[in-house]
Ligand binder design. Structure first.
Ligand SMILES: Cc1cc2nc3c(=O)[nH]c(=O)nc-3n(C[C@H](O)[C@H](O)[C@H](O)COP(=O)(O)OP(=O)(O)OC[C@H]3O[C@@H](n4cnc5c(N)ncnc54)[C@H](O)[C@@H]3O)c2cc1C
Length: 433
């Protein structure tokens, strides 16, 4: 079987067989009295944390259509899900696709069991949409690389153990060609993480200053100078809201829970303590919106009903796009326009939910905090949702991808494409003579 995540279609027999096996395992092992880290360890080593992942890396090797049903069934049984985050939905699939056998053996067990938190060191002050203009340098020193530069908007860096990093290893070739991808230890003296405060009042992301930080060449992911291609794998997973590494049911995407508490206790405080970033990306808003409709008794309001049905249709269309993306992935096509369409759809859906929710709760929209409707969860979502049009590539950038790769429009003019990076006027190079 391939090392990458399986996306074949299901049959009824194999679905029932997978559900039976999963349930047997839950019946014998699940208890909400377990300590959180122990439960994640058990679940991770059982193969049921991410059932679409290959067997040898902690999954069950199930086709993703079956795996999704197994996860949905687990959530219905209220069995707590695995720890999710950048580790599971970005680092793991990228390592599975590009990693050496040794790298997979070393990094994947800590990810699937929720032991190791990861962050993504891509964006820089002068390189977000134009990511290939990044200036963080990696200079070879024997068996190691010395990394110097600044990253920004690095979600979860303040509690991450490792980071997926792109850095420039050759400034004398065009910008896309001189990049290399590394797996870096975040807990070392050369790395200074400074949290940023967002409009939600929370600090989910950070500035990260790298000053002669070190990474061993064994932790280079992919070949020297191939960082752009490896980064494209990461970004295609980031744009896919149906990514099997999101997992469902854990809801711990960017928060840093006390793993020594019991699952039961964590679950009881999760609703009130969850951060806006984790809640907005957990999918939990669907239930919250349904609860608000009931609480504010507007299920018979003809205008609200129309808007709820419009929202439902948008979500159904999203599912179709996701299936198409999966079918293309099976056919071996490079992910691109479909995942961009999906990402645009989900940021639009988020804004529709936000506007509808505010109209349902009316003047209560002015409240903030745990006393607000739905324990303030709707407000957390509403304040955060703007970010979904930016994170993982802005809406405009997704439209450019669709324009060029789906509609066949001419590429955006870019006279920097073939020039050596050193000669470009980007980032701090703009001010140099
Ligand atoms: C919540 C959140 C979490 C994030 N987490 C991480 C993380 O963990 N790790 C990480 O590396 N990054 C992270 N990011 C950063 C994110 O990837 C960047 O913000 C994003 O790629 C946009 O880059 P920028 O902010 O530099 O904006 P810019 O690239 O400066 O863009 C500014 C504006 O110009 C528009 N624009 C730019 N280029 C074009 C173009 N060619 N055509 C049309 N319009 C254009 C953009 O759409 C945008 O509206 C996060 C961002 C957010 C919001």
């Amino acid at each position: 079987m391939s090392d990458s995540i399986n996306t074949d279609l299901a049959t009824d027999t194999s679905l029932n067989e997978a559900l039976d096996r999963a349930n047997e395992w839950y019946n014998n092992n699940w208890s909400s009295d377990l300590v959180l880290s122990d439960w994640w360890q058990k679940l991770g080593t059982s193969g049921w944390a991410f059932p679409a992942w290959p067997h040898k890396y902690g999954g069950q090797g199930l086709p993703s259509s079956i795996a999704r049903r197994v996860v949905a069934d687990r959530m219905q049984r209220e069995v707590f899900g695995p720890r999710t985050g950048i580790a599971t939905f970005l680092a793991a699939p990228t390592i599975m696709t590009h990693g050496t056998h040794e790298q997979k053996e070393r990094f994947l067990p800590g990810i699937v069991t929720g032991r190791d938190v990861w962050c993504q060191l891509f964006s820089e002050p002068g390189a977000g949409s134009d990511l290939s203009s990044l200036q963080t340098r990696a200079v070879r020193d024997g068996d190691e690389w010395i990394i110097t530069g600044q990253k920004v908007w690095t979600s979860g860096a303040h509690f991450a153990k490792y980071g997926i990093l792109i850095a420039r290893t050759d400034p004398d070739v065009p910008k896309h060609k001189g990049l290399t991808y590394f797996l870096i230890d975040m807990q070392q003296p050369g790395i200074d993480v400074r949290p940023l405060r967002e409009m939600t009042g929370e600090s989910a992301f950070n500035e990260v200053f790298l000053t002669e930080a070190r990474v061993h060449d064994d932790n280079r992911l992919g070949d020297l100078g191939q960082g752009w291609a490896v980064a494209m794998t990461t970004l295609s997973h980031e744009r896919d809201s149906n990514n099997p590494g999101v997992g469902g049911g854990g809801g711990t995407l960017f928060s840093n829970p006390d793993v020594t508490t019991t699952v039961e206790h964590f679950r009881s405080i999760q609703h009130t303590e969850v951060d806006a970033f984790s809640f907005a990306t957990s999918g939990g808003i669907t239930d919250v919106l349904n609860d608000l409709v009931k609480e504010f008794k507007c299920g018979n309001d003809p205008v609200i009903r129309q808007r709820l049905m419009k929202l439902h249709s948008m979500r159904e269309t999203q599912k179709w796009t996701a299936q198409r993306a999966k079918a293309n992935a099976r056919a071996g096509a490079t992910p691109g326009p479909e995942t961009s369409t999906l990402k645009l759809q989900s940021s639009l859906t988020g804004r529709v939910v936000r506007d509808l929710g505010f109209d349902i709760i009316g003047a209560y929209g002015m409240l903030l905090g745990k006393d607000a409707p739905a324990h303030g969860l709707f407000h957390k979502f509403a304040l955060f949702v703007q970010a979904t049009s930016i994170a993982g590539g802005s809406d405009e950038v997704q439209r450019n991808i669709i324009g060029e790769r789906a509609l066949g429009l001419p590429k955006e003019p870019d006279d920097s494409r073939d020039k050596p990076f050193r000669e470009l006027r980007v980032g701090t190079q703009k001010t140099q003579s």
